[in-house]
Design a protein around this ligand. Structure first.
Ligand SMILES: *[C@@H]1O[C@H](CO)[C@@H](O)[C@H](O)[C@H]1NC(C)=O
Ligand SMILES: *[C@@H]1O[C@H](CO)[C@@H](O)[C@H](O)[C@H]1NC(C)=O
Length: 283
């Protein structure tokens, strides 16, 4: 889309819906000890991969601040503010056992790049309380990252450098981000000794992990829930007094089989047709 005058450009931007939309999402995750999950707010297969921004971006999370250590669960265009209770919806789609992580283990999964501003690199932060308190969280090491330059990627999946990055970023901000529709594997280590204390969607000993890029147009990503396998025995210091916690540990053991299914999600998505929708503008 080209604009002949600045006035027309401004007029067009002011017509753009001010609703947030997001462009890179955490589609599926598992733990090294099993389980299966997806990010809060994800709607699953009903959201198409290719197509116009307004149909492909509805269920991916946008966060307000590029600082990963910021509280809150973000929001999606379709359902607004993400809530702790929405973890139940992720379990409806992904199974009754949340991703299970062994001590010093990891979360693996698929990050879906929807449009050109939804790419990597990503950062990850763990909130052991399962409430969204990421300001007090633990930084997690991203071992396998999503490609990108400050959150931007070309429609081809190639990482833009130098001037081509500047041009792409400028284009993303004033016009619209082009459809990318590709999956990339992520692998994030959970520090040894992590103990989860949250109670979420009927589950005990739940942690949250926020995974997000640093694109100033978003940032974009998602929040997932997970448990430490054998939950209650994590850190004896912090586990002391958590009398009810031991009950949940049994469920963790059964998670083995489900985990393997997601681990292999490394296939690249098929390049899709170009969408032609005005992109929203986030100041
Ligand atoms: C795991 O979760 C993903 C994301 O919700 C879902 O697409 C997939 O079907 C689930 N796999 C299994 C084996 O339940
Ligand atoms: C358990 O947590 C306490 C308090 O945070 C910490 O001092 C201790 O080092 C932890 N122990 C292990 C084994 O991680």
């Amino acid at each position: 889309m080209y604009f002949s005058t600045p006035a027309l450009l401004l007029a067009t931007l002011s017509l753009t819906p001010t609703l947030i939309s997001a462009h890179g999402k955490v589609a599926a995750v598992s733990g090294d000890a099993g389980g299966n999950g997806t990010a809060i707010g994800i709607l699953g297969g009903i959201v198409p991969g290719p197509g116009k921004n307004r149909v492909t971006e509805v269920d991916t999370t946008v966060f307000g601040k590029t600082n990963i250590a910021t509280n809150g669960l973000g929001k999606t265009q379709k359902n607004g503010k993400n809530t702790v209770a929405m973890v139940a919806g992720t379990m409806d789609q992904s199974g009754a056992t949340l991703p299970q992580v062994s001590d010093g283990g990891s979360i693996q999964g698929t990050f879906h790049v929807v449009t050109t501003d939804g790419a990597g690199p990503v950062q990850a932060m763990i909130d052991t309380t399962g409430t969204g308190q990421f300001a007090d969280g633990i930084k997690a090491n991203v071992v396998t990252d999503v490609p990108g330059n400050k959150g931007n990627i070309r429609p081809s999946g190639k990482v833009p450098r130098g001037l081509s990055y500047v041009a792409l970023r400028a284009r993303n901000l004033v016009a619209r981000a082009s459809n990318v529709n590709m999956d990339f594997p992520i692998d994030i280590t959970v520090p040894a000794g992590t103990t989860c204390t949250g109670t979420v969607a009927g589950q005990q000993n739940v942690c949250f992990m926020k995974i997000a890029n640093s694109n100033r147009a978003g940032p974009f990503g998602g929040v997932i829930a997970f448990q430490m396998a054998g939950g209650a025995v994590g850190n004896t210091t912090t586990a002391t007094g958590a009398a009810g916690a031991a009950g949940a540990a049994g469920a963790a053991g059964a998670a083995g089989a489900a985990g393997a299914a997601v681990g292999s999600a490394s296939a690249k998505g098929v390049k899709a047709g170009k969408g032609a929708t005005a992109k929203r503008f986030v100041a």
